[in-house]
Design a protein around this ligand. Structure first.
Ligand code: NAD
Length: 446
């Protein structure tokens, strides 16, 4: 497909042959090791102070808890949860809580370290943390999820707190989960201190202390950055086509906002299957979001063609937005992609091998630490509003978000050009320089 937009012509990208099987098995080293390698590469490129690299190579604190939960039928089940606090030199630990059966200490470590990099890159006063419980929330009733959440918060105790470690939603959790966390955390405080509880988490429902614009913030940020990229390509978002993997909080909002701007959603995939549009007009992202809400996934969306996972990766479009889990763009799937840009809504969607293939094939990447930073930026706005007793308007939230992202985009672009780096390495380099600056000024205690 070749697309003319009045200012530039986007030429199609040809599919490369599928990778030999031998490449696939070696493609997924442990996740935290991958983050370390990413940091090391960038540190090398900018000659980072060795002590900073050393400090960031392990998390500051790791909390693991096993806790009992009463199920609806009266049984007691044990659950395992984690909170990893990677670094807080720039401010309180900050990062989501994930409910997923594959949650592991290694994964949470990596996600926490990515938060350190992300907050430093966009220059907000937070450090990096992440938490999770090893559970498939779809197998529990709503009351069981609530009891599990409350018991997890109780087990974490003083390891979270408004000026110390501030969780938010991630995969499998949402605004309602955050409201339960506030309520439970408040109950652990003496009555005269309970007013502090509101800012123990962000991503709350607007009616319970949340910020307008937080629910869509990560997807909004993805779109803002695609717009920055499109501007550099001298084309308009309205002329782009896109595919989305994961139609949850991040993927569905990104898809809907792109649709509002006139872009065409050609295919979507999630845990229930993959679908594509029969026509170049694309799928209705709003109707698809409604379908996902009522049925639990994209499969069976009326008027769309069911396709295989492999066929999904082969759909020709301008932009691919991975917004599901880690390790989706592997050496193998990166060879299938026929897009110009991978805009990483998810954390860690691209493996090291995937990165190499994307680079070889000339496919641009907006790396996760930049591309999905909209969520934590508006979380910061929510935290500020809670602490200042303020309520910002939707327009103010959107505008401030965009300004921060545009500045971060410009910094990464400049670093990439300056040091001849890929965008992922450049993003890490900007973040590491920011952290290095603080360590240089503060020194190391004692
Ligand atoms: P979510 O739980 O709302 O949605 C997850 C989506 O991924 C669902 O559509 C699910 O069906 C899909 N999925 C799960 N396993 C899959 C698989 N194997 N293949 C294809 N699809 C699969 O989660 P979310 O909050 O939208 O988070 C998605 C990603 O974005 C995660 O990597 C998360 O860490 C990252 N992220 C989220 C936020 C946020 O504000 N929620 C912020 C930054 C980054």
């Amino acid at each position: 497909m070749s697309r003319t937009n009045g200012t530039a012509t986007l030429e199609p990208i040809k599919t490369a042959p599928i990778a030999p099987a031998s490449l696939r098995s070696t493609d997924q080293p442990r996740l935290f090791q991958r983050v370390r390698e990413q940091m090391d590469r960038a540190a090398e490129a900018v000659g980072l102070a060795p002590e900073v690299r050393k400090i960031l190579s392990s998390p500051a604190c790791e909390v693991g808890v096993n806790f009992p939960v009463r199920m609806d039928d009266g049984r007691i089940e044990m659950f395992s949860g984690y909170r990893v606090q990677h670094n807080n030199v720039l401010g309180p630990f900050k990062g989501g809580i994930r409910y997923h059966p594959d949650v592991s200490l290694d994964e949470v470590r990596a996600l926490a370290a990515w938060m350190t990099i992300k907050c430093a890159l966009v220059d907000i006063p937070f450090g990096g943390g992440k938490g999770g419980v090893q559970v498939d929330p779809a197998t529990l009733s709503r009351r069981e999820v609530e009891r599990m959440t409350r018991r997890f918060v109780y087990a974490l105790g003083a390891n979270i707190g408004p000026g110390y470690d501030v969780p938010a939603p991630d995969v499998g959790t949402d605004a309602r989960t955050m409201a339960w966390i506030v309520d439970t955390y408040a109950a652990t405080l003496p009555p005269q201190e309970r007013y502090r509880a509101l800012s123990v988490v962000t991503g709350k429902p607007v009616s319970a202390g949340g910020s307008v614009g937080r629910e869509k913030a990560t997807g909004q940020g993805v779109v803002d950055l695609i717009e920055c990229w499109a501007q550099d390509q001298r084309c308009k978002v309205a002329d782009l086509s896109y595919t989305v993997q994961g139609f949850g909080k991040v993927g569905s909002w990104a898809a809907r906002i792109l649709k509002d701007k006139g872009a065409k959603l050609l295919a979507a995939q999630d845990v229930t299957g993959a679908i594509r549009s029969y026509t170049a007009e694309g799928l209705d992202a709003d109707a698809l979001a409604e379908h996902v809400k009522t049925t639990g996934g994209v499969a069976g969306f009326p008027g769309a063609q069911a396709i295989s996972r492999e066929a999904f990766f082969e759909v020709q479009a301008d932009v691919f937005v991975p917004a599901a889990l880690e390790n989706q763009v592997t050496g193998e799937t990166a060879r299938l992609l026929k897009v110009r840009l991978v805009a990483e809504g998810a954390n860690g969607p691209t493996t090291s091998e995937g990165d190499i293939v994307l680079r070889e094939r000339g496919i641009a990447v907006l790396p996760d630490v930049l591309c999905n930073a909209g969520g934590v930026i508006v979380s910061y706005f929510e935290w500020l509003q809670n602490r200042g007793g303020a309520a910002w308007s939707a327009a103010e939230v959107d505008q401030r978000l965009r300004e921060i992202l545009e500045r971060a985009y410009a910094r990464v672009k400049e670093m990439a050009a300056d040091k001849s780096l890929g965008w992922r390495d450049a993003a890490y380099a900007v973040a590491l320089r920011r952290i290095e600056q603080v360590y240089a000024e503060r020194g190391i205690f004692p």
